[in-house]
Design a protein around this ligand. Structure first.
Ligand SMILES: [Zn+2]
Length: 400
């Protein structure tokens, strides 16, 4: 009986092992063992030969579904490669802030050291632990505030141009014409006598002009009066000296300076170039110009300028102007026709050469802008007495 039970038990165990390891069928059972079709275990019931005592209790049907223990584990998905961590930037080392609070230990060596600044309020019986914060109330008050009191010196205030009254149509200024201011030579002819005023007479005339209140002006002053309206002084007069004789520098200029007068000297270039003994040199002209005299032009030579070619006129009229300006350093703006002779060509060249005016030997004392290249003059005769001289000026003053 026991053997029989053992036999069945072993058989059941073997079946269990087989079913667990066999590949599962569609019904979950091994292919060779299907419970639905298999004969019930009860058919394995003991045959009739068995003994009735063997009350066999049929083993329960194996309802246990076999767990598929042999399932292949899924292949592991490879983990992503780990990105390396960034290297840690080293943290800045903490700079240790010195917290050393320096409590000043005031060692009073001498009270004189603190003399000007700290008012020694502490008594000298202080304990050595001077916790007194040094009350350095002596903040250095920099009183050096540079107060820039720069007052802008607007010194060169441009003087506005003067406002003149409207210029007159004409002025009446006697332009006296002298030649020689010298003694008469022994062989003087009538021409030389007429052209020569001896220095004594010349000074008498100057004294008379001075006493009568005349004011010597230049031809530039006359021109300015007519062109701009700049007024002329009362009783204006112009003193001109033709030909540039050497006595102009020796005799005339010193007497003019004696009375504070100014003279207008019409000089020649060629005698100066050759340093002719009877004429002014370039150096003398410069000295006269530097002395305040007006040195103007009379021609390169002393030729008659009528019926001349253009080149000749330019040479005589412009040539002397450039030469005198170069040697005196002053502008030459007025011309004097030699022997008082001129024509239309002469007038045109004088104007185109840059002259502002010119004087003649025509008698008169009326100047206008429209006749500025033919201004008349008053020829002084060497044979005149002082009364004649004074009478002629009186007639011009009366408006004759
Ligand atoms: Zn002359």
């Amino acid at each position: 009986m026991k053997k029989l039970f053992r036999f069945w038990a072993v058989t059941l165990l073997g079946l269990l092992v087989l079913t667990s390891c066999a590949p599962p069928s569609r019904t979950g059972w091994p292919g060779w063992f299907r419970p639905a079709e298999a004969a019930p275990v009860a058919t394995l019931a003991p045959t009739a030969t068995r003994s009735p005592s063997s009350t066999y209790t049929p083993t329960p049907t194996l309802t246990k579904t076999p767990t598929p223990t042999c399932t292949i584990p899924p292949t592991r998905t490879p983990q992503p490669t780990r990105t390396p961590r960034p290297t840690r930037t080293p943290a800045p080392t903490a700079t240790a802030t010195p917290t050393v609070t320096l409590t000043p230990v005031l060692t009073f060596t001498s009270a004189a050291l603190l003399s000007p600044l700290a008012t020694p309020t502490l008594p000298m019986t202080t304990t050595p632990e001077l916790t007194a914060t040094p009350v350095l109330t002596a903040t250095p008050e920099l009183t050096m505030t540079p107060e820039l009191t720069v007052t802008p010196t607007l010194s060169p205030t441009a003087t506005p141009p003067p406002i003149y009254p409207p210029p007159p149509e004409e002025v009446h200024v006697p332009i006296l014409m002298y030649h020689y201011i010298s003694e008469l030579p022994a062989d003087a002819d009538v021409y030389r006598v007429n052209l020569t005023v001896v220095p004594e007479m010349f000074e008498a005339q100057l004294r008379y002009l001075y006493e009568q209140g005349y004011h010597t002006v230049t031809l530039q002053d006359v021109y300015d009066a007519l062109a701009t309206g700049r007024p002329l002084p009362e009783k204006s007069i112009v003193l001109t000296f033709d030909d540039g004789y050497k006595d102009a520098h020796i005799n005339a200029m010193p007497l003019l300076q004696k009375y504070g007068f100014v003279g207008e000297f019409f000089v020649l270039a060629t005698p100066a170039h050759y340093e002719s003994p009877q004429y002014l040199t370039w150096a003398e002209m410069r000295l006269m110009a530097e002395a305040g005299m007006s040195v103007q032009a009379h021609g390169r030579d002393h030729y008659d300028l009528t019926n001349r070619a253009y080149d000749f006129l330019v040479y005589q009229i412009l040539g002397v102007k450039e030469a005198v300006e170069a040697h005196t350093g002053q502008p030459v703006r007025f011309f004097c026709y030699p022997s008082g002779r001129y024509d239309e060509d002469t007038l045109a060249v004088v104007e185109s050469a840059g002259y502002l005016g010119a004087v003649t030997t025509q008698w008169g004392a009326t100047q206008r802008l429209d006749n500025r290249y033919t201004w008349p003059r008053v020829r002084i005769n060497g044979t005149w007495s002082l009364e004649t001289f004074a009478g002629i000026l009186a007639d011009f003053a009366a408006g004759e």
